[in-house]
Design a protein around this ligand. Structure first.
Ligand code: BG6
Length: 517
């Protein structure tokens, strides 16, 4: 980065103010599904990154639980091999030794009570060896059908019983239910084994730096909040575009679809952080209650409104931007040949409250789009009167503030400026802040903060039961209407294109258009 781009004085000041993070204290992280994909791709690399940030010390251990029979030694070798493949930073000799010393394994069937008797004994030994003081973080990196059996067995074995001397927490991965009824049922059943404060429902979008920064951007700066409302904002666009297809997850995706997989959780959280009121404090429940209120304010849809304001799509075969041939969703593995599962969703929704009444929020997400981009764009209203008579009004571009979530995390503001010269001409320019320019690159998996917070007992970035249920409540009318009206035009967009034509039409009807990402 050039010297002109970087205001070192400001950066150094920021760093000086930064308090050093406190290590979470002694604990054992018990990973159910330890030989699975999530552990090797995200969890282990994230733990090593925390170690390298000096946030995991000597009094820490990782216990893997899986069905395969394996010695501790073999488990350690496997983990280190996987680590070499998925690490975001390299491991020093000292950290390799640190990791090996802390890894151990317990094999068994998660539905068999005997596993938990052995696990209890094993954890007691680990506590002795690593001085972890009986603090356990159970991470369920496994299919949702196992959440309940595992929670029940953990409770029966006394492994989630807390005391003044130790804490016990359980991290659950999405999906939290398949619809409102199953989410409610899951929450109710989980509550019979664990108290709500012990349950950490993870949404990895909340772990993304830029997503967390949204609250700082809005509430730590005085200049944005006064214009962050219906008087100044014309509309908001939230886009999460992916280039990947369903990869090896056809059988899961056939049961899910884009609305359940992405909108009900990730996109709703981006919407909630964009639209929420300032919380009374930075405490977990204060922040989570504000997120909940946004979801509560989304107007529920009638079937007719679903028809008018939502668009679903599925990719057919196509070509990527680099010229590679891409198969249709219906030809992916474990997908039925006449599947009507959506791989794309666009939705115009309204947050009916004092701040946002009348401001449309357009959200879209899709697989096999031309670019991987996630962003939130706030488009401001045009000035009430254009006084440059010789300038065509049409040529004025509205101000847009874009929060880029990935890749190239940052924030930009678009505004009009005078093109130098003797005639009055306007051009559109951008102020652009790139995270990397100011704070350098910090290779991460996106799970570091979430793991750290769950060890610290900070649930701010996790879903509370009522947030999950509210999310489902708002997508149910859409799911129901779609189920009653089977699609006839799938596939309706080519892999490698920007989605179905109907999604463009959705905005065109309002005199607007999607941003070109
Ligand atoms: C997951 C979805 O939750 O998020 C996937 O199940 C999706 O289908 C993924 O690909 C996207 O995450 P990211 O971090 O790559 O944007």
């Amino acid at each position: 980065m050039s010297d002109e781009k970087r205001d070192t004085a400001v950066v150094d000041e920021t760093r000086a103010l930064e308090p050093a993070a406190t290590p979470p204290g002694p604990c054992v992280m018990v990973i159910f599904g330890a030989t699975g994909d999530l552990t090797k791709r995200k969890l282990l690399p994230a733990l090593v990154n925390l170690r390298q940030e000096r946030l995991l010390g000597e009094r820490f251990a990782i216990v893997g639980v899986g069905r395969q029979t394996m010695s501790d030694e073999l488990f350690r070798d496997r983990m280190l091999e996987d680590f070499a493949q998925f690490a975001t930073r390299s491991l020093s000799v000292a950290d390799t030794a640190w990791l090996r010393k802390r890894l151990s394994y317990v094999a068994g069937d998660p539905t068999d009570p005997d596993l938990y008797t052995r696990l209890e004994r094993h954890l007691a030994e680990v506590d002795q060896r690593c001085h972890t003081e009986g603090n356990y973080l159970f991470y369920l990196a496994m299919p949702p059908s196992l959440f309940m059996p595992v929670s029940k067995h953990l409770a029966r074995a006394g492994l989630v019983a807390q005391a003044n001397t130790h804490w016990r927490r359980v991290v659950i991965e999405k999906p939290f239910g398949h619809d409102l009824a199953s989410a409610r049922d899951l929450n109710r059943r989980v509550s019979t084994c664990l108290s709500e404060s012990q349950v950490y429902r993870i949404d990895h979008y909340l772990g993304k730096e830029t997503v967390q920064n949204l609250m700082i951007f809005r509430f730590a700066n005085g200049i944005f909040e006064p214009i962050w409302n219906r008087r100044y904002v014309d509309h908001v666009q939230i886009s999460v575009a992916e280039t990947v297809g369903v990869e090896q997850r056809g059988s899961y995706y056939e049961q899910a679809g884009a609305l359940r997989d992405m909108v009900q959780n990730h996109l709703f959280m981006l919407l909630a952080l964009t639209a929420m009121e300032p919380p009374s404090s930075f405490e977990a429940d204060a922040v989570r209650s504000e997120r909940l209120k946004v979801l509560q304010a989304i107007t529920p849809f009638t079937p007719d409104e679903v028809r008018r304001y939502t668009v679903r799509g599925q990719y057919g075969d196509g070509v990527s931007t680099s010229g590679e041939r891409l198969p249709a969703y219906r030809s992916e593995d474990h997908v039925v040949r006449d599947s009507d599962v959506e791989t794309y969703v666009a939705w115009r929704l309204m947050v009916e409250n004092w701040r946002w009444a009348g401001v449309p929020f357009y959200v879209r997400t899709g697989k096999r789009l031309p670019k991987r981009v996630s962003e939130i764009a706030i488009q401001f209203k045009s000035p009430p009167f254009v006084m440059f008579r010789k300038t065509n009004v049409e040529s004025l571009q509205p101000n847009i503030l874009v929060v880029r979530i990935q890749p190239d995390e940052g924030i930009s503001l678009r505004f009009d400026a005078k093109v130098p010269g003797q005639t009055l001409r306007l051009g559109t320019v951008k102020m652009n802040f790139h995270y990397e320019d100011y704070f350098g690159e910090s290779p991460s998996t996106g799970y570091e903060t979430l793991l750290y917070d769950s060890m610290m007992g900070d649930a701010t970035l996790f879903h509370r039961a009522d947030i999950v249920e509210e999310g489902w409540e708002k997508v149910m009318p859409v799911l129901d209407a779609w189920q009653h009206e089977p699609v006839t035009d799938f596939p309706n967009y080519a892999a490698g294109s920007w989605g179905p034509e109907a999604a463009d039409e959705l905005l065109r009807r309002d005199g607007r258009s999607w941003r070109r990402l």
